[in-house]
Design a binder for this molecule. Sequence first.
Ligand code: TYM
Length: 332
Amino acid sequence: MKRLLSGIKPSGALTLGNYIGAIMRFVELQKQLTDTEFYLFVADLHAITTEQNPQELRKRTKEIAAMYLAAGLDKDKTILFIQSEIKEHAELGYLLQCHTYMGELERMTQYKDKATKQQSGLTSALFTYPALMAADIILYDADYVPVGDDQKQHIELTRDIATRFNNRFGDFFKVPEPIIPKVGARIMDLQNPEKKMSKSEASDKGYIALLDDEQTIIKKIRSAVTDSIGVIQYDPFNQPGVANLLNIYAALTDKAIEAIVEMYKGLGYKEFKEDLAHIVSTRIKSLQDNYYQIINSPELDAILDAGRAKAQSYAYRKVEKCKQKLGLGRKK
Ligand code: TYM
């Protein structure tokens, strides 16, 4: 049996980018990979690398757990849990920091981006974050890690850390493979299509939140930045706004980009945006219908308890063995 693992950080509202680049893929992969266990979690320890309001953090943590299920993940085939409820994530995170080089962390583009945007108050945990992420993955010997494009570098580092450990202490951690979607791996901001769509943005016009209402979604798509060329074609360099909308369209309809371009030949941006607004809002509406049922049901806690129990027993044994390898504590 193979194991797939991925996580989402509750640091802001979940966006259409998270849905297309990650959540929606998990559901598709679950249908395809029938011999694979799914470990999915809410990365709350990652969220606190930047300042969070405790009440909001707790609320969002639960929201993400509910959203995984609302998107269609099968609760009987998914080990769903909250990262901070398994102490071994932090413990292995530290052990792996001892096998991660400063130079490697300094090269992480996500850290560099944040460091340029925010000059002061950067925490040391934000810097060492990729070692914790590596721990999340290799703690469970995951074979596959589906993520959007922005996390690819972190998975590459995870592979390097695991390989380094194995070379020194013998084959111990599984070296994971990333799975990056072909379409929709990087959904861009609707107002600034040169930038990734992100829940951490201050302005909410550039992203669609999965809990936005229908009218808001329609308005945001209508006002998405395009260009003055006026032709619907896939040219990310000269028409990044239209290319982004085409990516969203393709990801949500399973149509090839060329087929969509063909459908809108001779038509203007207005018609295209109206259709896309309908596609996005219909999909999000059905997601929300499921979501509101789940978030208010006691079953969610039961699923998270079961997920914790299962993840916990694997994590405990793995970290104990790892500590033995490193020579920590007394010999057992
Ligand atoms: P996070 O919470 O930023 O994002 C969760 C997932 O959503 C994807 N994603 C996107 N995909 C396409 N377009 C976008 N605009 C977009 N924005 C986000 C991300 O690539 C990701 O797959 N460090 C991780 C969370 C994490 C994790 C892990 C993931 C912690 N431990 C272990 C995998 C395995 C993060 O901050 O993702």
